[in-house]
Design a protein around this ligand. Structure first.
Ligand SMILES: NC(=O)c1ccc[n+]([C@@H]2O[C@H](COP(=O)([O-])OP(=O)(O)OC[C@H]3O[C@@H](n4cnc5c(N)ncnc54)[C@H](OP(=O)(O)O)[C@@H]3O)[C@@H](O)[C@H]2O)c1
Length: 202
């Protein structure tokens, strides 16, 4: 029987690209709004508790919400869901987070197109907070399970709001799958990792 890969946010973007890569070898269990709405999530349905997963990839995020709703969708309720199924995972639990929630990058700033030092704006502070908290959850859970738990920064790629970007979701999904296939995956556990496998300062 084929093993399962559970992916939240599988209907488009990176989640869909990952589902397409895994579907030849695994049974895909996709979770997007029509399966579980992480805005109104209260209890993990039995179906998800009764399955065993090779990989669980927490990837869903909203662009339609702000503040508490955004925090609930991107972080709180997906972490609650992951905790509910954490004993059903064999190979790895992955949180797709973002550089937007990276403390060091936010504090030190980053090099802008003209070489000057730039700092992230405060207009998306709710999104950044949700991703910083998601990275925290990855580190915390990694200390309580036997398989690797990894926070992955996927970089920037094309999506519905930025379709013109040259990097497409599949260009990120392929290296993520390669990373998850590594025999020494354990060394990435509890770490924030770029999709290419480079360790990032949190
Ligand atoms: N794109 C980038 O440049 C970029 C940069 C940094 C980090 N990331 C991270 O990478 C991941 C994937 O990004 P993406 O651009 O591929 O995302 P996306 O295209 O916006 O897709 C988001 C997914 O989340 C699902 N979703 C939204 N609200 C939901 C809810 N309330 N309950 C359940 N599912 C919900 C959507 O499905 P439905 O709407 O069908 O429910 C969709 O499948 C995200 O975690 C994002 O934060 C992306």
């Amino acid at each position: 029987m084929r093993s399962n890969v559970l992916i939240t946010g599988h209907t488009r973007g990176l989640g869909e690209a990952l589902a397409n890569l895994y579907k030849s070898t695994h049974n895909i269990i996709g979770v997007s709004t029509s399966e579980i709405d992480f805005l109104t999530f209260s209890k993990t349905p039995k179906f998800y508790l009764n399955n065993i997963y090779d990989y669980v990839i927490i990837n869903a995020r909203s662009k339609k919400h702000q503040w508490a709703d955004l925090m609930n969708i991107n972080c709180v309720n997906q972490v609650r869901f992951a905790l509910d199924i954490k004993n059903n995972i064999n190979k790895a639990l992955v949180f797709i987070t973002s550089r937007a929630g990276n403390f060091t990058r936010t504090y030190r700033g980053f090099k802008g197109p003209d070489g000057s030092r730039m700092f992230p704006g405060t207009n998306q502070i709710d999104y950044s907070m949700s991703k910083a908290a998601l990275t925290y959850a990855a580190v915390c859970i990694s200390r309580h399970v036997s398989y690797p738990v990894i926070a992955i920064d996927p970089g920037n790629f094309a999506n519905q709001s930025n379709p013109e970007r040259d990097t497409k979701p599949v260009d990120i999904a392929i290296p993520i799958k390669k990373l998850l296939d590594k025999s020494d995956l354990k060394k990435y556990s509890g770490r924030l990792v770029r999709y290419t496998g480079e360790f990032l300062v949190w």
